[in-house]
Design a protein around this ligand. Structure first.
Ligand code: 5RP
Length: 369
């Protein structure tokens, strides 16, 4: 009996020990996952958002997610994605961390976009090796209660496994987008335990950042001219955000790779807007040149050189899909007409005076938070 009791005690002790050991490990896991999203060297983050289809369907220029994501993946720190697109359109060989959107339920044509629920189980998120889980809250909407309570529940589940949660403070037609509203929504997300809050840039954004105890990352929003999107990135960081979670302003650009590299120059290399825009233009024109120098692969007028008797499987008979000869439809060079979004042009506050446009020499910057 005595022997049995001591065994039980030992087991009990072991259980408690393992529990705390696990907690410690989970803390490590949570920190480790977070540090793959917000780089500890400079406390900055560049997230590429491609999750739009979960309520918008085949959004313009994201009709084929695989084609869009492929060339951009190596330039972002993490990818915000749904499980469907992750499984079908992202190579499992990537080392880019996945920020998995786990909420959904309503479409752009449905009754109410704010009626979202958690749609992905924690087991599936773990199977997908998610580095963070993302969901939206709709503060001030009909479904405010449901989405905020769901955030709390998601944090409960995710914390068990050391997975950070990113809360998106969704905005809609009827929801505000000013510092007062966004401060309320961001603070509520942090109070529920979100580890990162994604929100929109606004005037007096510093107030939003200062009253939110966890890192804030800024959504790009609707497509605007490239220079304006770079200014938005710059201003967000200057106001204290860790970076941007940008989608349409990258992949709806005529030159997505040039654009993400320019955004990256601001986020990770302390470039100012002029430097980043110069880099964008340089990379964009190099890309255009490369495309126009490519010999036309349309062999449709050539006689079939296939010597074998097999029917010609040469795909080059397809009409030339090279769009490079099309006139540039990029509106980005138009002067910025959007006065309200015009970020601070006060050059004296620009942190980086480094005139070099070298893109690949990240300099460590002091942590903002
Ligand atoms: C939608 C989202 C999107 O990921 C977000 O809007 C970021 O993309 P974009 O830069 O295109 O706004 O969370 O709820």
């Amino acid at each position: 009996m005595q022997w049995k009791l001591s065994l039980l005690n030992e087991n009990g002790f072991r259980k408690v020990f393992l529990f705390f050991q696990n907690l410690k490990d989970m803390d490590w896991g949570l920190k480790n996952r977070l540090s793959s999203i917000i780089k500890p060297q400079n406390n900055r983050a560049l997230m590429l958002a491609v999750d739009h289809g979960y309520f918008l369907g085949p959004t313009e220029k994201l009709e084929n997610p695989q084609k869009v994501i492929g060339p951009l993946l190596k330039y972002c720190d993490s990818l915000m994605v749904t499980r469907g697109v992750q499984r079908t359109s992202v190579s499992p060989n990537t080392s880019t961390p996945m920020v998995l959107r786990v909420s959904g339920g309503s479409s752009i044509i449905g009754d109410d976009l704010s009626q979202e629920d958690i749609t992905v189980s924690i087991e599936d998120a773990i199977r997908l090796n998610a580095s963070a889980l993302a969901m939206s809250i709709f503060v001030g909407s009909k479904y405010e209660y449901q989405t905020v309570v769901n955030l709390g529940k998601l944090v409960n589940e995710a914390t068990k496994y050391g997975i950070p949660v990113l809360a998106v403070t969704a905005v809609g037609k009827e929801l505000g987008k000013d510092a007062r509203y966004l401060s309320l929504a961001c603070r509520m997300a942090a109070e529920q335990g979100a580890n990162i809050v994604k929100t929109y840039y606004c005037e007096n954004f510093e107030k939003v950042v200062q009253s939110c105890p966890v890192p804030i990352i800024v959504a790009g929003g609707k497509k605007i001219p490239e220079r304006d999107a770079l200014q938005l990135t710059y201003n967000s960081i200057k106001a204290g955000a860790v970076g941007v979670d940008i989608g349409r302003n990258v992949w709806q650009s005529e030159h997505p790779v040039a654009m993400i590299r320019a955004v990256r120059a601001i986020v990770h290399e302390n470039s100012n807007v002029d430097q980043a825009f110069k880099l964008y233009n340089k990379l964009a024109s190099e890309e255009s040149k490369r495309k126009s120098n490519k010999p036309n692969q349309n062999k449709s007028n050539k006689p079939n050189q296939n010597k074998s008797n097999k029917p010609n499987q040469n795909k080059s008979n397809k009409p030339n899909q090279n769009k490079s000869n099309k006139p540039n439809q990029n509106k980005s060079n138009k002067p910025n007409q959007n006065k309200s979004n015009k970020p601070n042009q006060n050059k004296s506050n620009k942190p980086n005076q480094n005139k070099s446009n070298k893109p690949n020499t990240p300099k460590p910057t002091p942590a903002k938070k």
